[in-house]
Design a protein around this ligand. Sequence first.
Ligand SMILES: Nc1ncnc2c1ncn2[C@@H]1O[C@H](COP(=O)(O)OP(=O)(O)OP(=O)(O)O)[C@@H](O)[C@H]1O
Ligand SMILES: [Mg+2]
Length: 234
Amino acid sequence: MNNQKNPKTRLSTVIQAKHLSKKLATTENEELLILDDINLSVTQNESVAITGASGSGKTTLLGLLAGLDLPSNGEVCLLGTELSTLNEDQRANLRLGQVGFVFQSFHLMDNLTALENVMLPLELENSSKNIRQKGLAALEQVGLEKRSTHRPGQLSGGEQQRVALARAFVSQPAILFADEPTGNLDRKTGEEIIALLFTMQQLNNTTLVLVTHDDSLAKRCQAHYRLVDGKISQ
Ligand SMILES: Nc1ncnc2c1ncn2[C@@H]1O[C@H](COP(=O)(O)OP(=O)(O)OP(=O)(O)O)[C@@H](O)[C@H]1O
Ligand SMILES: [Mg+2]
């Protein structure tokens, strides 16, 4: 993929979380401690898996690392910027073109075609040129160039996730956060998606932070962290 954009921030440490905690009030007097003093460092181009039981805080942690949500305590430094120094719009701007997401439930826009879905992040960036060509090239990378005019409802689950991968990688993000990207797919399709995910990660020199229930998948990543009772361990 030929990306004409300005060079991206490429740092040796792309995510640094220090003493992160997340508490949520459940009733007036009670709080739930979801994440407890998490320290985590992710370097450029690394692949990192986070595993843990359902409810252990994996999605919450991903949201904090990406600046979608704010911690109760602690700090996240994302691509060299302390997220606590930014407001919501500034955090969104930092993510734009630099951070991609893939979710369990695909999160495609139902009323847009596959190509339009893939082009969306580039359109939001404003500065991107040759958006259509880049979108088509990304669809080609996931083997769906012939389905560019189809809407998500006309695609299988695996195909929808391939469109979501094309959308996530079209801006050649520095970091990709993937939250159980194979959770809604059968085993074989899930394996194909994971193979594609790792291929695209390498092609685009992207740092990958992958949340999964699947230990065998986690072992394929360079680092593997486990969340238990709000604490993280390697
Ligand atoms: N907005 C909220 N209000 C109250 N509790 C919440 C909220 N968001 C998350 N939680 C709780 O925080 C805990 C962690 O949730 P989270 O979604 O991060 O878990 P998870 O590890 O991603 O689980 P799963 O594997 O099922 O996706 C759960 O107990 C959940 O119920
Ligand atoms: Mg989750």
